[in-house]
Design a protein around this ligand. Sequence first.
Ligand code: PBE
Length: 575
Amino acid sequence: MNVPKIPLGDWIDVLVKWVTVAFAGFFTFLTTVIESLLNIIVDVLSAGPSIILIIVLTLLVAYTSRWPLGIFTLISLLLVDNLGYWDSSIQTIAIVLLSGLLTIIIGIPVGIWCAQRKTVHRIVTPILDFMQTMPAFVYLIPSILFFGIGVVPGIIASFIFAIAPTIRMTNLGIKEVPKDLIEAADAFGSSNSQKLFKVQLPIATPTIMAGVNQSIMLALSMVVTASLVGAPGLGADVYRAVSQIDVGRGFEAGLSIVFIAVILDRISQNLRKPAYENIVNKKIVFSIVALLIIVTAVVTGITKETAKDKDGNRIGAQVDYQIIGIEPGAGIMSQTNKAIKDYQLKNWQLQEGSSAAMAAELDKAYQNKKPIIVTGWAPHWMFSTYDLKFLKDPKESYGAVEDIHTIVRKGLEQDAPGAYTILNQFTWKPADMEKVMLDIKEGTDPAEAAENWIKANGEKVGQWTNGAQAGKGESVNLVYVAWDTEIASTNVIGKVLEQNGYKVKLSQVEVGPMFAGVANGSVDGMVAAWLPSTHKEFYQQYKNDIVDLGPNLHGTKNGLVVPEYMDINSIEDLK
Ligand code: PBE
């Protein structure tokens, strides 16, 4: 039977596009609110030297959960500070606290409503099931479109992922209040709200708090995912370590997450019945903490305002001193950090994320003629889609024009001589690559775009396959990173190998694993090594364990890219 595919994905695309435009004002408002709240939390947490917060947290944990745990907190936080993850930890704690706060503000009322109305409960339950089982990654996609990249889409995605337990447990807690108590309350003629606040909620509190505790833990489990769209903190450290295969740093950052999890878990679990409640009254302790927070918030707020007045840099202020970056492991990211140092761009920050998120952000800014600075490279479809320019780089932080090399594993020449020959003879021009990229950008499936290009360029492809033995179905596994350039090249060469009798598998990975995979022979090769400068470090590290087949393309360029309508021309103008 030939039933056409239901265009579910297309419908969602259209819906999301419509929502993006229709609610643009609302999203901007929400972004501003969430960002300001987060800034306040971060400012308060990082107001004094780290030791002050460490002591406050130690005392708080000791008070709620006994002194051994207090000692654990002290030692673990000192260790986190010593290892150099303090600032990241503050970011992470702030993100988790804010997501937690949002789940409480929204989750508890919804939970109460569910407990009171059967219909609401019936509608909300399947929605919660859906929210919890849909892979959290999926929320990131519309979140980027609605809220741009940065911390806000991360917080929203964490919030959606984490809110369910608070709603469910609030509902459960209230429903579990013994019937006779309700009857008694009714008998005394109490109103609904009296019943709720004087009977149901107090009795349900332990259950509700258990839900809140779970929500906080779920939010914490989202930090690495959130870093994919640019949320800073320990999650970003872990993600960076993965993409550079830095086991040591990954472990350190992971350990810091574990410590913070334990601390947040114990505080939120025992908040209601602190261990030393009989020694110091709970109300006194919490009032002191609240006062401390308010005073710090006000003081830091005032100092920040005065600092802002002195801001003379127009461009910097316009783009919030942010450069929109891509995957943390990419060479262009270290080059940009170098540029920030070379040109002494104090205050400027390089936002980590992904190539796709960067492109989405650029598109959004461009449509609205807003200023934006991104890390960009050529060849790239964005130069034919938008009017863009590279900022001049007189200090050459981004190196000169480069080549892209093909690199294969040792032993491929013996195991699959035909594939080796084709990979060795593969070379094309930036214009070729750009054509494939543009086709993909316009919605063609990458494999199909590759096929289209191959069909139109038989002569060129003939030179690559010239003299190559046909394969007998041997498998060839190519790795690549999801940069637009490499999606194009890898699909093209993959198709050519396939057409010559090989069973080709393309695996998308991060930069570090791409090099490591070829070096340890677990994959056969890649066509994505930007040399001599962009991937210098990876090349140096693995050069003895790989076979470098030389350039497959000449004439690439990395740098900072801005829309033509922006009134700057050189990286020096950012100062
Ligand atoms: N790029 C595209 C990569 C290499 C290919 C410039 C984003 C990088 O910076 O590592």
